[in-house]
Structure formats: C-alpha cells, structure tokens
Design a protein around this ligand. Sequence first.
Ligand code: HEM
Ligand SMILES: [Cu+2]
Length: 535
Amino acid sequence: MSANAAAEYTSYLGGGDTLKSWLTTLDHKRIAVLYLISITLFFLIGGVAAAVIRLELVTYAGDFVTAETYNKTFSLHGIVMVWFFLIPSIPATLGNFLIPLMVGARDLAFPRLNLASWYLYTVGGIFTIGMVIAGGVDTGWTFYTPFSTMFSNTYVVAAVIGVFIVGFSTIFTGINFIVTIHKMRAPGLTWFRLPMFVWANYATSAIMVLATPVLAMTLTLVAVERIFQIGIFDPALGGDPLLFQHLFWFYSHPAVYIMVLPAMGVASELIACFSRNPIFGYRFMAYSVMAIAVLGFLVWGHHMFVSGQSVYAGMMFSLFSFVVAIPSAIKVFNWTATLYKGSISFEAPMLYALGFVFLFMIGGLTGIVVAALALDVHLTDTYFVIAHFHYIMVGGSVMAYLGGIHFWWPKMTGKMYSEMWGRVAAVLIFVGFNVTFFPQFLLGYLGMPRRYHEYPEALEVLNVISSGGAVILTLGYLLPLVYLLWSLRYGRIAGGNPWEAKGLEWQTSSPPAKHNFKETPVVTEEAYAYSPYKV
Ligand code: HEM
Ligand SMILES: [Cu+2]
C-alpha cells in the first residue's frame, strides 16, 4: 500500500493535480497530455464541419445549408483539420511525450519554450473559434487571392491571424525537437541507433522550421493587402495573384509531409514490434525520411498545373513529383519486407498500422496520377483530389496517429484498454474510411468539382454511398474516445512493457516517473533488436 502510494507520487501524473499545476507544468509528458486534450477538441469541431458537408451532399440539390454557409463550413473544416489537428497531432502529442523518453533524456531541451508552444496553439485556437462565432470565413483553407484580399466579405484577417499564431507554436516545437535530438541522446545512442519515430520527427522538425515562416509571411501579406489596399497579389493594384499561390504552396506542400512523416515513424515502430522483426533496411528508411523532407520543397508547382505557370515549369514540377514518390515507395516496400518471416500478431495498434500502409499506398499511387501533368488538367479541383489527399491525411496520418495512441496509451496512462473494442474500432474506421472516400475518386473522375454545395442528379448515388460511409467512420472515431476514457478508471494495470517492445521508453515505469529515468540509460544495442517468439 505504502509502496503503491510512493509509486503514485513519483509518476508524472501524480503529486499536483490542481489545474494550476497542469497549466504551469514544464514536464514534456504533461504538455503532451494538454495537447492531446486540445487537439481532440479541434478534431471534434472539424468533424462536425465534415458532417455538415456530407449531409449537404446527400442530395444533389443545395437544400441543407445555403451556398454561403457551405463555403464557410468547408473553410472551417480545412483550416481546423490542417492547422489545429493534423500538423500538431503526432509531433505535439506522441512526439512531445516520447522523444525525450526515446533518446533517454529527462525532458526536451527547452521546457519553457515547449509550454509556450502549447499556449500559442491555444491562443491561435481561441482566435479561430472567435472568428467562427463572429461569422466565419469563406475562402477555403487555401486563402487564394485576390478573392481573400479584395472580394471576400468574411473574417479573413481574423482567420489568418489565428493561423499565423499557431504557426509559431509549430516552429518552436520543431526547434525543441531538433536541439533535443542533436544534444541530449543517451550515451551509446548513435544516430543510426535511433528509433525511426525519432528520425521521422527530426525530418518533420526541419520542415517545420524552414517552411512555416514562409506561411507566416504570406498570410501577413494577405492581411496587409486587405487592410491597406497595397498591391501585392491583386493585379488591379499592380500585384501578382500567382505569387500568392507560389508562396502558399511553397509552404503547404512541405506541410503535407509535416502531416505524414511522423505517421510513417509511428508505423515503423508498430510494424517492427508486432512482427518481432528489426526494421528492414534501417538506413534506407532513415535516408528516405530525410530525402522526402528535402525533395518535398521542390514540388510545390504541382498544385498550379492549370494556373498559367509556364509549361516548362509544369513539366519540371511533374518530374520532381514523380521523384518524391520514390522514397515513399521505398518505405512501403521496407514495411512489407519487415513483415516477411516475422511472428506477426494482430493487436489493435498493428491493425491501425497495417491500415495505414494500405491506405497511404493508395493515396501515394493516386498522387502519381495527379502529378501527371496532362491527367491533372482533367482532375484538378475535382473530388479525385479530395479523395487523394484524404487517403493520405485521414487514411494515412489519422490512422497512424490512432495506432500510436493505442500503442503508447499503456505507457502514457499506465492502463490497458479493451483489446476487443480496440480491434472493432480499427476495423470500423478502415471500412468507414474506404466507403466514404473511394467513391470520391469515381466522382472526381466523372467531373464532380470540389467546393460546390449542389451537383448534377446523376452523381447522387455515389454521394449517398460516401455520406453513408461517413456515418460508419464517425462511429469508428467516437469508439476509442469511449473505451480509452473508460480504461483510465477501469482498465487493468499495464506494467512497464506490455507489448514486450524494444526502445528506451519501455524500460521505464508506466506511467513514467517525473524525470523519466532513475539513471540515464546506456544504449548498447541496435534499434529493434527483436527476436521472434517462435521460429
Ligand atoms: C469524418 C471524416 C471526414 C469527412 C467525411 C470529410 C469530408 C470532406 C469533404 C466532403 C471535403 C470537400 C469539401 C469541398 O471542397 O466541397 C473535405 C475537404 C477537406 N478535408 Fe475532409 N473530411 C473528413 C476528415 C478530414 C480530416 C481528418 C482532415 C485532416 C487531415 C481533412 C482535411 C480536409 C481538407 C484539408 C479539405 C480541403 C478543404 C478545402 O478545400 O477547403 N478532412 N472533407
Ligand atoms: Cu503537393
């Protein structure tokens, strides 16, 4: 009993449960929990917007909301899902919690900066919610000019300020991760012994630090043109609207890798653990994430094939886009090869990881389709593109995020959730996702444009299927919320290493003590030194 109480007290969750102790904490693990709660709230807000979109599209007539409300709804959906959910999701929660543990450190390099990042996220979030309450914004998450600067009558400036602020939260998180990974690795933990999750977050941080300032600057220019009528993007004032698209996508294409690289890191950890095999081609996996981070900066023009940029620019962007697919393909190949001759088991996290690989692969292959210059002229701004990026971002990133939450939940909370419900949710999400988004490939191919609240009657059946799938998907997303919270109270005690996984984070107690390790661990073996249970 008394030993138990002592253990309770040393856990990062124990000793100080006042609101103040949480809001002033410098512990990376508590900050991760703060992020987990906030981004879950934003996922729910973005999800309600998605539900309104799919409800409107159940019938071909625009009869559920007005065109204006529809525009504001998909804008809200995009802004919230991209900046307030997907970009912070894995790095700010799992990354924050795990990177210090995985490198054997007591905390991130700059704990105060870490807390400041969360506050910036919160302030940006409050701005965005305030903007919505005031009346919303109708530009789409892409804020294209000159519509956003000259013609929209909605709250564009408030919206860009919210995104601007949350951008700094991203930059600070990136800086924190980079310094921690460089400077605070435990003795013996060389670069090529790092878990893939750390590599993936390292590559992601580089993009965060290099790309996000471009977004901040671009959005500032939008506000400047809108408020002061200074000609930057509007041709009527002597500006250049293509300049906006170049700057926006110079950030936003690399940003899609901010969203998917951490997911790749999660998948590597899970697949190695549940096939009891070392990651196949470890070095190639590490080089691939770095290659994606670099090449990701060279392909932004594939969003502008029909914008009027020069044909030769288009051809180069098309070519580079094919090239960036190569390291992604290497990763898919290596995950598959990791399974080969492994002792595979299908616990809930593994189901999510395998779902990730499959859906990411479809997203990637259709990415090659839209990267083909001539094909994209037909497909751009249609539902084909919507389906493509949802396969990457929802099928890929959200699936991996949930897989990671299930895998490290016992570590974060000390409790096990119901394995059966975990599997049921994974299957529901996989099925619901495909039923929602696969028909959208067909819709786009048939010519249904995105961002319209009504459409030709002939396309109704596929839209009904898609909305039906969204109901299944919603159920799948709500389930974990129930059984994970339930596990906090009633779940069985997890123990330090319930999956018998490798990695420093599993060598400490669950939940970890305030300063992570009793003594700094010394690393003597390669990553993923798994030996199969059976031969
Ligand atoms: C319940 C699941 C979801 C459903 C049913 C859904 C549905 C949709 C639909 C129908 C659109 C097209 C709106 C239009 O252009 O007319 C859309 C756009 C979009 N979705 Fe989702 N979505 C879901 C989840 C997500 C998630 C988790 C993310 C983030 C990773 C996301 C990111 C986006 C983005 C960035 C756009 C583009 C917004 C724009 O073009 O303005 N969606 N979604
Ligand atoms: Cu792109």
